[in-house]
Design a protein around this ligand. Sequence first.
Ligand SMILES: [Zn+2]
Length: 274
Amino acid sequence: MSIKQTILLFISVYLFIFIVGGIGYYYTHPTGSAALSQNPALVVLSHKEYQQHPPIKPALPKKEPSGKIAYLTFDDGPDRYVTPLVLDTLKKENIKATFFVTGEAASANKDLLAKNYLAGNSIGNHTYSHNYRLLYKKPQSFWNDFKRAEDIIYQDIGIRPHIFRCPYGSYPGFTAPFRQMMGGKGYVFFDWDIDSTDSNRRNMSVSSIRTATLTQINRLDKQDARLVILFHDGGGHKNSALALPDVIHDLKKRGYAFGVLTPDVKPVQFKAKT
Ligand SMILES: [Zn+2]
């Protein structure tokens, strides 16, 4: 065999190993949604499986930072289309937020909920059905629906969130007996200081969401402000996602840090209807 032939043979062998190895790697390390469903941390776990292999749990900050803090919150998701837009923006801006998910949406989008949680965002309970008449009939009906959502979240990401948001806010439906029951069980609810108005009516425009939010930020902006800002990432709320970057840039310019809601954050709550 001539030197030239030997070199060619070596090159062929290397190329063969490279190509076959590459194909093998691709099939054993898929990307995108295939990666999501094969990542052991994201597989939907039974209770027993969860105890044996708890999912990776991103640490939420124990203490609130000092200074101005904005808490971006998103209700009614996850949604196939809107939630990824929101997650992309948060990632790009290198900030975290809080998502109050419904059990109904979570059970339809388990991979998205897991992806959201593993990105380090805080997950809260927004009940299973989001049905006003059913939820606020009596405390027990609220609890049954809430628990149903909690079980779905737990089966998906292995946590039982101790923060929640009442569908339509705590006023007027979530009266004193409801508050006593949920508080007694150790759950904390959050209303909001700023309403992006993105659910005032269907298809609120990007500019009206942006203007309403920026106006309220301007009004409440002060040293040590704590702003809980209401957005929605449920189906049909694409315009909320599109208004988000400008809101974040405004808050950054004003010197806000971005926090996530946990049971340790002092809650913003509307007064109970008497
Ligand atoms: Zn809602």
